[in-house]
Write a protein that binds this ligand. Structure first.
Ligand SMILES: Nc1nc2c(ncn2[C@@H]2O[C@H](COP(=O)(O)OP(=O)(O)OP(=O)(O)O)[C@@H](O)[C@H]2O)c(=O)[nH]1
Length: 495
């Protein structure tokens, strides 16, 4: 999860308001001071921070209520202001690719911003969505650029085009685009060259390539670690070519990422994705509201369902599985299959950050990505040592037999304590999903015939029942029963 620290600080400041017995001016000021300091540390522009502070104060003071109501007003005002800060205000739907026609997308940016890596991530993302992407190397400036693109494209199994001899980027890009149009490729990505700094030669070259390939969309790739300096860079590119959207890279572990995001939004350029690591899957769709939700540890169901749909095809097997779980079957084998799907979805920690409360889970949430992966791997190894009877049993007690635990531990080269930890997590998830003996649990509230999707629409969950089912710490992390209700509404809106 990007910007972990910033999110944790803001959440802490809001939690202090929740814990205060009376919310007076001093409590509000202390909360805002903490939030503003955190934003300034993330390099958010001081003017934006000051406007957040004034607006939240104004809204809080305009509310004459007290107690719970006032807390809600403050929290909502902070969330709204953060969303406003990160939202360019433009409709980025226009930037979406259209199926059934060749979409030519040109990538621009400074050298080293992560352009080539991002082109590959973008291609990989749309390949999973059923597009036929390909990549054209228009970088004739940097020796080795074509080799790098070739290497990335080969790894992602994406066709590519480039030349070792042609020196005119406009010519080589036009040749590549024409070739791939003939091949009926529907996503043609043109990777242009960069320079160390903004200079006229770069802008002129970008204009020539754009004139040659007539892109449907120009994406500006920018390094998020430069903080609020991103404002001037985004503006300079926007003024030179018709930049349609922005992708911000290197949002992993960079304290200044928040500043960069807000600075770009201020130039009215929609950010469509963020890069969160060097690997292909470390790439997230960016949407201000969902991002703020994740930042504050409140999850993002839309992103979660999107990820699930990426790896689990909509087929009858899935329909059968949903039916079976709905009948109260949640076996160790099902858990094993789901863990294996999670492994395919990319970084576990970013996946789990989308589920409210999961950032607290002993299985996924604690520690870093490496530890989460290691925990899943450890669990999978122990499941590999189980017999078919154990994997398919619907009775957790069977697995608690000491001789079985001993055998599984020995087979997997783990301790009995490890097996016990797995069984406890299995029982906890089982209880959460199917409830006791199939009575209750999340699945009970899923509508029948989900046709492959979770389809949270029409899901009528009993909030009080769910609140009781969740461990108190998890419920608290989610923001209490009120937040749970908000979450269900959010799920309901995801038709
Ligand atoms: N940590 C991190 N590293 C990234 C990310 N995106 C790209 N990188 C790294 O940034 C470095 C530069 O990336 P490139 O894709 O070569 O950059 P480029 O903009 O194409 O560079 P030129 O081809 O020279 O213009 C590489 O080491 C990438 O692995 C990201 O989201 N996070």
């Amino acid at each position: 999860m990007v910007l972990n620290e910033l999110g944790a600080k803001i959440s802490r400041a809001l939690a202090a308001v929740n814990d205060a017995s009376v919310i007076d001016e001093a409590v509000l000021d202390a909360c805002l001071k903490e939030i503003c300091t955190a934003l300034l540390q993330a390099d958010v522009n001081v003017r934006l921070v000051s406007s957040l502070r004034n607006n939240v104060k104004q809204r809080a003071n305009a509310d004459k209520g007290a107690g719970i109501n006032k807390r809600k007003v403050i929290e909502k005002a902070v969330v709204d202001e953060l969303c406003g800060m990160l939202d360019s205000g433009l409709d980025d739907k226009k930037q979406e690719l259209k199926k059934g026609k060749p979409n030519v997308v040109m990538f621009v940016g400074l050298q080293g911003s992560g352009k080539t890596t991002t082109c590959t991530k973008y291609a990989h993302f749309y390949k999973k969505k059923g597009f036929k992407p390909c990549m054209v190397c228009a970088d004739t400036f940097r020796a080795g650029a074509f080799d790098q693109l070739k290497q990335n494209a080969t790894k992602a199994q994406i066709p590519y085009y480039g030349s070792y001899t042609e020196t005119d980027p406009a010519v080589v890009s036009k040749q590549g685009v024409d070739r791939f149009k003939e091949d009926k490729r529907d996503l043609i990505i043109v990777d242009t060259s960069g320079r160390h700094k903004q200079e006229e030669a770069l802008f002129e070259e970008m204009r020539q390539v754009a004139a040659a390939v007539q892109p449907d969309l120009v994406i500006f790739v920018m390094d998020g670690s430069i903080g609020q300096a991103a404002h001037d860079q985004a503006k300079a590119f926007k003024d030179s070519v018709q930049v349609g959207s922005v992708i911000m890279t290197k949002m992993d572990g960079h304290a200044k990422g928040g500043g960069a995001l807000s600075a770009v939004a201020a130039t009215k350029s929609p950010i469509i994705f963020i890069g969160t690591g060097e690997h292909m899957d470390e790439f997230e769709k960016f949407e201000a509201k969902a991002f703020v939700g994740r930042l504050l540890g409140r999850g993002d169901w839309r992103g979660f369902v999107d990820k699930i749909q990426d790896v689990i095809p909509e087929d009858d097997a899935k329909e059968e599985l949903m039916d079976s779980i709905q009948k109260g079957n949640f076996t160790m084998r099902i858990l094993k299959e789901q863990l294996s799907n999670i492994q395919k979805m990319g970084p576990v920690s970013s996946m789990m950050a989308m589920i409210p409360g999961m950032s607290n889970s002993p299985l996924f949430g604690q520690g870093n990505e490496k530890q989460s992966q290691a925990r899943i791997k450890k669990f999978m190894t122990m499941m590999d040592s189980m017999t078919d009877k154990e994997l398919d049993s619907n009775n957790p007690k069977l697995l608690m037999e000491p001789s079985r635990m001993e055998r599984i531990a020995r087979g997997a080269g783990r301790s009995r304590m490890d097996v016990w930890e797995l069984l406890e997590e299995y029982k906890r998830l089982r209880q959460l999903i199917v409830g006791n003996k199939g009575a209750g649990g999340l699945m009970k509230h899923m509508p029948k015939n989900t046709k492959g999707n979770m389809n949270p629409h029409n899901m009528q969950m009993n909030i009080a029942q769910m609140s009781r089912m969740l461990p108190p710490a998890v419920l608290k992390q989610m923001g209490g029963a009120g937040a749970l209700q908000g979450l269900l509404k959010q799920m309901d809106g995801m038709k």
